[in-house]
Design a protein. Structure first.
Length: 84
C-alpha cells in the first residue's frame, strides 16, 4: 500500500470500482434482455400512461360568418399581406 494514500481514499476507490462493475453488469443484462425480445415485449405491454390513439380524425367544426365579420377578416388579410 502506498504511504501517501489514506485508508479512506483506498476504500473510496474500491467502492467506486465495485459500483462501476455492478452498473456495467446491470446495463449488460438489461441490454441483452431488450435485444432478445424487442417486438414481443412492446406488443404485449402497452404504455398505459399514454392515451389511446384515435382511429378517425377529430370532427371538423365550422362557423358561418356574418357579412361584417367576412369584411373584417378580408381587411385583416389585406393588412397582413401588404408587406409580402
Amino acid at each position: 500500500m502506498p504511504e501517501h494514500v489514506s485508508i479512506l481514499q483506498l476504500t473510496g476507490v474500491a467502492v467506486l470500482v465495485l459500483a462501476t462493475v455492478a452498473w456495467v453488469l446491470g446495463l449488460t443484462r438489461v441490454l441483452r434482455r431488450s435485444l432478445a425480445e424487442p417486438t414481443a415485449w412492446h406488443a404485449a405491454h402497452p404504455l398505459y400512461g399514454l392515451p389511446n390513439q384515435r382511429d378517425t380524425p377529430p370532427h371538423l367544426e365550422s362557423v358561418e360568418l356574418t357579412p361584417a365579420e367576412r369584411d373584417a377578416f378580408a381587411g385583416l388579410v389585406r393588412q397582413l399581406s401588404d408587406g409580402r
